[in-house]
Design a protein around this ligand. Structure first.
Ligand SMILES: *[C@@H]1O[C@H](CO)[C@@H](O)[C@H](O)[C@H]1NC(C)=O
Ligand SMILES: *[C@@H]1O[C@H](CO)[C@@H](O)[C@H](O)[C@H]1NC(C)=O
Ligand SMILES: CC(=O)N[C@H]1CO[C@H](CO)[C@@H](O)[C@@H]1O
Length: 781
């Protein structure tokens, strides 16, 4: 078919097929990822690379991406690693830092677990100055800090300064597992942690500089079982005196209605960088600490809200000049009944507004919370001493100058009355993944042909990363979620605990307990070699450039011709007149011959590139005029991987076409001419002697049915690539898939397929499966 005709067919096909002839069973839910790439897929495409340390697992605790030095620092247990990012991966250095002599034994004596608790788990990696890092570890329950020489830019040095080792109390928790956040600002370390051996004394702590250390006032219970998620300096304005360090965390508080029980809420809290505590009140304690609630909820039926109250992770999206910072936050539900996750986005201006609003107040523990209605003292509690607070005769140069009245007030009213609401009042993404939890979030703002998109990378607890966009379509409040890819970064299902993005390198660094993976943000070629496929992918990073699916780079002159449609993924509108790239066969290619044996089971494979596509099979019998859609029943079953004949009949012979339908766009994935070998013919195959010149092992195998079986058949069909067949069988049949699970017999899905089907009897090869993944033609069915 000529290119133009092809495109018109595609267009007409789209129109005709939108008429609703979709098989409802096969119509997928939008949260199914459009592309799933396995661990092997990622490695073999050079999309990812793994570093597990010299011992095969590093017990990774923390990660610091240093874009200035082009280094990635990793804190493990008893060891620190450095990777150079501008060299071949992984160019690594290691420094061992076990606990001090005797500390491990002491830790065990105190009843702690020798393996999981009594090592030096490194949890703080902060840039100290241009040549040194500040590193702190749990030190087998005796927190320890030290400086590490990392050299200047371009050097690859890693050396622990043994003379700098000192106590890390307040700067690092005792345990490897306890939630913890830290940030290094102006030579001082800010931490949110529980600082004591028993893990009861929660506080925000500042230490390390010439100023006396500052801590939270423990008398007032300012923090209730906090789970710190992140800490960062965020300037409020251009006045440096006004700089604050913000903490994001969850708390478990007594029920606010005064009733029994506890509830979990998420918070944003802050302190001034120039806070030095009070003179008579709050001595060496924070005098500017305030906190507010972060709300992330969706309205349910009948007005009841579903709240996502447990903060899991926060990502700060720093804007281009002149825009407000955006805070992306990943939440989970606390409910034991309903497990869900949501991503809410907060504008920093909205957070400031809440801190500038009324303070929360109640007359006693049994009373309701309300806005504080009395007179608020001056300077306003919680503000930093700056030009704004200065009054004639009363400069308020430091917090020590603040009137006691101000300090008493801030101590009694640390909570703001209003909650911080997300942008548009609701989450940008809600997910209720079955058997999968979301742990980490990273966001990249990507310029595409038709606008700017925030691409979300979500780290799961099963070693994978989801790449998602949330589209605000039309006037509807509910965003449309498109899962572009699911990337199995780690071989085994291990929780992702760290994620850092390098926009400069277009790379994500993904950490789990085992180690770290370098993952490219995109690989547009993976989507296929046709305009329509590139368009259906809806990946803001990728566009059809006239010859291939390639990285989209906005250029002001629009010199290059680009095709992209993220909003609708409609190839009919974009690919009209676009030829397929060279190397892709057009229509009219003959069907591949495959053989099945009468009365036996057989399987025709069809693996569409996108699991979101609806799959349909058509059969053209030699004697019939046109193709018919294959009728499935007890005997002929449509699975996620293809068409299964449980007992083949001679009448099943014919040409089978597997087509997919996605966004009204139909394409042929595979065309197979099935020939049925009569039962009688097989007996002669069985009794066949090994031929001269054949390897003797072949003869041995041939005498051992049933494995010899499919090898004979393959011989017949000309597939010589036997190891690949096994690989294929393993992939298709030894994996429990949705199709199998839906039969309610997951145990059978492994190893044997189901319905007693034996492994060896599929008449297919991996090589062919691969060939089939290239769509051959587009038709107006
Ligand atoms: C793999 O990717 C890395 C970084 O993206 C690149 O430096 C390297 O050359 C690639 N290797 C191959 C074989 O393509
Ligand atoms: C960084 O700090 C260390 C320890 O105080 C010091 O020895 C080193 O000279 C400093 N480096 C620079 C570049 O200031
Ligand atoms: C499972 C099954 O039906 N196997 C049959 C495959 O074909 C041979 C030869 O006709 C039969 O003997 C098997 O029973």
């Amino acid at each position: 078919m000529a290119p133009l005709a092809w495109a018109i067919c595609c267009f007409l096909g789209g129109l005709l097929l939108q008429g609703g002839r979709l098989n409802p069973r096969a119509s997928p839910s939008p949260s199914v990822p459009r592309l799933r790439l396995s661990y092997r897929d990622l490695l073999s495409a050079n999309r990812s690379a793994i570093f597990l340390g010299p011992r095969g697992s590093m017990d990774l605790q923390t990660m610091y991406l240093d874009e200035y030095r082009d280094r990635l620092f990793l804190g493990g247990s008893d060891a620190l690693y450095s990777l150079r990012l501008d060299q071949a991966w992984p160019d690594s250095r290691e420094v061992l830092w076990p606990p001090q002599p005797g500390q491990r034994e002491e830790c065990v004596q105190k009843g702690r677990d020798p393996l999981t608790e009594c090592a030096n788990f490194l949890r703080v990696l902060q840039p100290y100055n241009r040549t040194h890092l500040l590193v702190c570890g749990t030190g087998a329950f005796q927190p320890t800090c030290a400086l590490v020489t990392v050299g200047h830019r371009g050097e690859h040095v890693l050396r622990l300064e043994s003379g700098s080792v000192e106590s890390g109390r307040g700067r690092c928790p005792h345990e490897p597992s306890r939630p913890f956040a830290s940030t290094f600002v102006g030579g001082e370390l800010y931490t949110g942690l529980t600082a004591d051996f028993l893990g009861r004394e929660a506080m925000i702590f500042r230490s390390g500089g010439p100023r006396p250390a500052l801590r939270s006032d423990s008398d007032q219970n300012l923090l209730h079982e906090p789970r710190f998620v992140m800490a960062a300096r965020i300037p409020d304005n251009s006045d440096q005196d006004d700089d604050k360090v913000y903490f994001f965390f969850s708390e478990t508080i007594p029920s606010p209605e005064g009733g029994p029980g506890h509830v979990t809420v998420s918070r944003v809290g802050r302190v001034c960088v120039n806070d030095v505590g009070g003179q008579r009140v709050l001595v060496n304690k924070w005098s500017t600490f305030l906190k507010a609630r972060l709300v992330c909820s969706v309205p349910g039926p009948g007005g009841a809200e579903t709240h996502f109250d447990q903060l899991e992770d926060v990502f700060l999206l720093w804007p281009k000049a002149g825009k407000s910072l955006e805070v992306y936050a990943l939440f989970s539900t606390v409910s034991a009944v309903f497990q869900g996750f949501a991503v809410c986005v907060y504008h920093m201006v909205d957070i400031w507004e809440v801190f500038n609003g009324p303070f929360a107040h109640r007359d006693g523990p049994q009373h309701q919370w309300g806005p504080y209605g009395g007179k608020v003292p001056f300077p306003r509690p919680g503000v930093c001493p700056s030009k704004m607070t200065a009054q004639p005769g009363q400069p308020f140069g430091t917090t020590k100058d603040y009137p006691d009245e101000v300090l008493h007030f801030v101590r009694a009213h640390p909570l703001m009355f209003h909650s911080v609401r997300p942008r548009r009042g609701r989450p940008v993404l809600v997910k209720t993944p079955l058997g999968q939890q979301l742990r980490q979030i990273v966001v990249d703002r990507v310029e595409a042909e038709d606008g700017t998109y925030d691409v979300l990378f979500l780290g799961t607890d099963s070693g994978s990363v989801l790449k998602v966009i949330a589209l605000q379509t039309g006037g509807s409040a509910e965003p449309e979620e498109v899962v572009l890819e699911e990337l199995q970064v780690f071989k085994v299902p291990v929780p992702i605990t760290e994620m850092e993005i390098s926009v400069k390198r277009q790379t994500l660094y993904v950490g789990s307990r085992l180690g770290v993976a370098r993952l490219r943000l995109h690989r547009c070629e993976t989507y296929g070699s046709a305009c329509a496929e590139c368009c259906l992918a809806r990946d803001p990073y990728c566009a059809w450039d006239g010859a291939s699916c390639a990285r989209y780079r906005p250029s002001p002159g629009k010199r290059r011709f680009r095709r992209q449609d993220i909003r609708h993924g409609n190839p009919a509108g974009q690919c009209l007149g676009q030829t397929q790239s060279p190397g892709t066969e057009a229509s009219g290619q003959p069907a591949t011959r495959v053989f099945g044996t009468e009365h036996n089971s057989t399987f025709l494979e069809c693996l569409p590139r996108s699991p979101q596509a609806a799959v349909r099979w058509f059969l053209q019998r030699p004697e019939d005029e046109g193709p018919d859609q294959v009728k499935t029943d007890e005997r002929v079953v449509q699975t996620e991987q293809g068409l299964l004949f449980r007992r083949l009949s001679r009448l099943d012979a014919g040409t089978y076409t597997c087509t997919t339908l996605e966004h009204g766009f139909s394409q042929t994935v595979v065309r197979l001419a099935l020939e049925v070998i009569a039962a009688a013919e097989l007996d002669s195959l069985f009794s066949r002697e090994p031929r001269l010149g054949e390897p003797s092992s072949w003869g041995r195998r041939a005498s051992a049915p049933p494995k010899a079986w499919y090898k004979d058949i393959l011989q017949l069909t000309g597939f010589a690539n036997l190891p690949r067949v096994d690989e294929y069988c393993e992939r298709v049949w030894c994996r429990s898939t949705g199709a199998f699970r839906s039969r309610g017999k997951p145990g059978q899905a492994k190893g044997k397929g189901w319905a007693g089907l034996e492994l060896g009897k599929k008449v297919k090869s991996r090589a062919q499966a691969e060939r089939n993944r290239t769509p051959r033609e587009v038709e107006a069915t």
